[in-house]
Structure formats: C-alpha cells, structure tokens
Design a binder for this molecule. Structure first.
Ligand code: NAD
Length: 327
C-alpha cells in the first residue's frame, strides 16, 4: 500500500522530508501548506505537489494518510490535535510541544482518533548514532561512568526565522531547539531517562528574549552523570558527544562519524552503509502504522524530553536542582 502525505510548513526542514519521500515507493507527497505564499509555492514547484495557504483546507481536500507538521513550536499542539481529529497519522517535528501539558493534550487527541504519532527525533536514525548505541549496548567498553555533550553554533544569525528567538513562540532558545537533540541523544543512547537536572543559562544574544547558551548537569535513571554545554554566541562550531566508560571511550561527532578508544587513543569506526536518516524515520513510522505499534520516537517518549526541558528552565529560574517525573 502507498500512503499519501501532506506537509504543513515549507520551511528549512521541509526539503529533508520531501527528499526522503522521493526515495520511497510507499510514500507519495501530495501537497504542502504554508502561510508564506512565496515559500509554499517554491516548494510546491520544486517537488511538483499542490500548494495551499491554509493547512486545514489542504487536509480536508487532500485527505492524506499522513500529515507532517513542521511548524513553529507554539503551533505544534493546535495543529497536531486538529490533524489527528481528521484521521491523519502524524509525523510531528521536535520538540513535541511547549510543555508537558500540551504533550498530554496531543497524546489524548491521538489516542481518541486511533492514529499513530511519531516525533521527529532524528538522532535515532543517524548511522553513527546507531553504531554508537550498539557499541554501548554490547558492554564491550565496560561500565558507562559519564557523558559530555557540547554544541556550539552561532544561533543569532540573521537567516534564523524570528520566531526561534521569541520565548512565547519557540518555548526557549538554543536549549529548547538544539538541547532537545542533546537530551534525546543522551536518553536514547543509554536507554534511560533523565531524572535530575541542574541548569544555568545565559541570555546574551543580540536578538529576541531566549537563552543563548547554558550548562546542564544531568543524572540519568541509571545514575549516570551527563554534562551538556551549549553556546549560541560567536565561537568555534562544535557538535560532539563523548561517552566515558571504565574500559574505553566513545566520541560521536555529528555529521562526521564515530571514534572509539580501547587503549588510550581514539580510532575511527568504519562508517556503515546506511539510508538517509529521514528515510529511516519514515520507515519507522510506516512500521508503526502497519503493525499497530509505537514508533521508536513515540509521543510518550518525546514527552519525556519536554519534561526535562521544563526542568531545565525551572532549575535556571529557581537556582535549585529539579527532579523529573519519569513515567
Ligand atoms: N529534526 C531536525 O533535525 C530538525 C531540523 C530543523 C528544524 N526542525 C524542527 O522543524 C520545525 C520547523 O522548523 P524550520 O526550521 O523548518 O522552521 P521555519 O521557520 O523555516 O519553517 C516553518 C514554516 O511554517 C510556516 N508557518 C507558520 N505558521 C503557519 C501556519 N499557521 N500554517 C502554515 N504554515 C505556517 C512558516 O511560514 C515557515 O515557512 C520546528 O519544530 C523545528 O524545531 C527539526
């Protein structure tokens, strides 16, 4: 069976989804909706799909099997709830919503409609991440004792859509947007949940009212300490995770690869042939629809990332360590 897909939001991430669909015979892109007509029509022209300015009109007319929601974060809840009620399975971009309360509203709507929900936590599908997860699970490097995750990139550049820098629309700054990936990566790689958070954030960006950097001290449900350092200020770009074991280390560098140390120096791990991560993500969603099962990055799972992010902002405000309810 082939599934018809409609895309809501023709922004930066839209082409990753559309390019992945082009590689898959089981999916056909039907239409795109965006309130920015120029952007929507450009994507519609490039991919030969219909354009709508109103996503509700698109869903009513096109009746897609799957809706991809790639909108500013403050619109995720309202759009997901509406599309679920129309009977669409959902691929909702990360972060799932602005709050745990909004996540629960989405989860209730999805359950009531009997549709599947996947959140676009793409970390689960990058080949080097999958290799690292298998290596960790093998136990070959011994006991995991600490994790260090660092991300630097200039967050306030003028090409960044303005909504990303408005707390009310984005839910936060670099931590909400890219910290969501770090928190997800730590939880998913270690098959655990983060249960304690101490955070200190900085607000030195030249635009907007969101944090531009911060340092998080986290503890996983298996008692592993993890440190996340993020900076959106001018600096040297970096996106790297190190996992420290009692018999070795793993170094994971986004879009570059994986290194492992068993004897005091790092050696690169040969990359595996792999499909586009966005194809793997769709395959996971299709598996969940066909087998009536949860995808790897389910709504319940993605809610746990939002619970940690809420604790991050709470900890920064209060100055205290915060516990995260693990469900
Ligand atoms: N998985 C990843 O690695 C990854 C990477 C980038 C972005 N994202 C996520 O994808 C989502 C979108 O991010 P982006 O970078 O594409 O943002 P963007 O600002 O480039 O795109 C959002 C689009 O939504 C449109 N829009 C706004 N309100 C609308 C409405 N009511 N109806 C229809 N269209 C509307 C905007 O005009 C814009 O074109 C966010 O949740 C973001 O965090 C995920």
């Amino acid at each position: 069976m082939s599934y018809r897909v409609a895309l809501i939001g023709a922004g930066i991430i839209s082409r990753n989804h559309l390019n992945a669909m082009r590689q898959m015979s089981e999916l056909s892109a039907a239409a795109v909706a965006d309130i920015d007509e120029e952007r929507g029509r450009t994507v519609s022209g490039e991919y030969g799909i219909a354009y709508y300015s109103d996503y509700k009109e698109m869903i009513r007319i096109e009746k897609p099997d799957i809706a991809i929601i790639a909108l500013p974060h403050f619109l995720h809840e309202e759009c997901a709830v509406w599309c679920a009620a129309q009977g669409c399975h959902l691929l909702l971009e990360k972060p799932m919503a602005l709050s745990v309360k909004q996540c629960d509203t989405i989860l209730d709507a999805v359950k009531a409609a009997g549709v599947k929900l996947m959140i676009g936590h793409t970390q689960h599908y990058w080949p080097a991440n999958l290799q690292a997860k298998a290596l960790i699970a093998s136990g070959e490097l011994g006991k995991l004792v600490a994790i260090q995750d660092t991300r630097h990139l200039y967050y306030f550049h003028h090409d960044r859509p303005a909504w990303f820098l408005e707390k009310a629309k984005a839910g936060g700054g670099i931590l909400m947007n890219l910290g969501a990936h770090s928190i997800d990566k730590i939880q998913w790689l270690t098959d655990s949940r983060i249960r304690k958070v101490k955070a200190l954030l900085s607000y030195e960006g030249e635009r907007g009212d969101v944090e531009g950097g911060g340092c998080l001290f986290l503890e996983t449900s298996s008692g592993i300490p993890a440190v996340v350092v993020q900076s959106g200020y001018a600096g040297v770009p970096k996106d790297e995770t190190e996992l420290i074991f009692d018999h070795g280390m793993i170094r994971l560098v986004s879009a570059k690869g994986l290194w492992v140390s068993r004897n005091g120096r790092y050696e690169e791990v040969k990359p595996q042939d792999s499909l586009d991560p966005f194809v793997l993500q769709f395959e996971d969603l299709l598996r969940s629809i066909r087998q009536d099962a949860e995808p790897d990055s389910s709504g319940e799972y993605a809610r746990s990332v939002i619970a940690v992010l809420e604790a991050v902002y709470r900890s920064d405000e209060t100055g205290d360590e915060q516990s995260v309810d693990i469900i």
